[in-house]
Design a protein around this ligand. Structure first.
Ligand SMILES: [Fe+2]
Length: 300
């Protein structure tokens, strides 16, 4: 039996009883999976594992999807994205400042992310926390009239942060080159979205990659999305997670928004990231908009 302790916040659990350098029996993995879906954030403390062991664990949660930013893929496995502010010979060794605004990973893909796993390798002296906001609770607390209003609505998503499109900013979505931009689709997802595993309804990606609402004028869509985002990111829905060296954190992208926090660029920090997808059979039916759809002005 694995011992779980609640994280210091309204959701999330941690355990120090798991060593991913050793084989993990199916029964033990299922116990972790249950804890994950029941608590939205699962932390496995103090791991010391290889890239291969990290990927093997992530694969049990879902199919890994390499990040579009391919210049910082791990040399041993492209499914691992290196997040780091460390420079070697004046060149970055990883992606710095990634995701420093509330968003949901891969919500700009037709089949989005089920879970993201981060493996903390180098912890900064100060800060470096990840903020999570519980979108199940945020949905539950909406007035019934708002639940009825958003029930039929689909948001239009594409890669980016609708609140910051300045490519020189530290809180813009990590900047893509032209080839990478060309690969990014325009997709829709329900705003009130049933969780593909648990079935519980959640607000989905109302901050980050949502730029419009299908059939709505841009200004009205932005206004409603901003109202929902302000509600959904209130402190009462948030967990602030602080990393120890070797910690692995796994979070449920269908139930949470999350945001990195900016750190001192000279305070070394490195994490490895693997993101795994939902499966299309579990309700994430691909829904890619026709190329003729015009994205909201200024959002590309
Ligand atoms: Fe993220």
């Amino acid at each position: 039996m694995t011992g779980f302790a609640p994280l210091p916040g309204p959701f999330g659990v941690a355990t120090a009883d798991v060593d991913l350098a050793q084989p993990l029996a199916d029964g033990a993995f299922r116990e972790l999976e249950r804890a994950f879906y029941a608590n939205q954030v699962l932390a496995l403390r103090g791991q010391r594992i290889t890239a291969g062991q990290f990927i093997a664990f992530a694969r049990r949660l879902g199919p890994p999807q390499p990040h579009v930013i391919d210049q910082f893929h791990h040399p041993d496995d492209a499914n691992i994205l290196i997040l780091s502010n460390v420079k070697k010979d004046g060149r970055p060794t990883g992606l710095a400042d990634a995701g420093s605004y509330f968003h949901t990973d891969y919500s700009y893909l037709a089949v989005p992310a089920r879970a993201t796993t981060l493996y903390s390798r180098v912890v900064p002296r100060v800060g470096g926390h990840t903020l999570f906001a519980n979108q199940l609770a945020a949905y539950d607390d909406l007035p019934e009239a708002m639940k009825r209003r958003i029930a039929p609505l689909r948001a239009v998503h594409h890669y980016g942060n609708r609140h910051d499109l300045d490519e020189a900013s530290r809180t813009v979505a990590s900047v893509l080159n032209d080839d990478q931009k060309a690969k990014m689709p325009l997709v829709t997802h329900r705003i009130a979205r049933p969780h593909p595993v648990t079935g519980r309804t959640s607000l989905y990606a109302v901050s980050g990659s949502s730029f419009g609402i299908v059939g709505w004028p841009d200004d009205e869509a932005r206004s409603l999305l901003d109202e929902l985002a302000a509600h959904a990111t209130q402190p009462k829905y948030q967990l602030r997670f602080g990393y120890g060296v070797g910690d692995i954190v796994v979070w449920d992208n269908a139930a949470l928004l999350h945001s990195a926090t900016l750190t001192d660029p000279d305070d070394a920090r490195t994490l490895w990231r693997v993101t795994v997808l939902e499966s299309a059979e579990q309700g994430a039916a691909p829904d890619v908009l026709a190329p003729s759809y015009a994205p909201p002005a200024g959002s590309r």
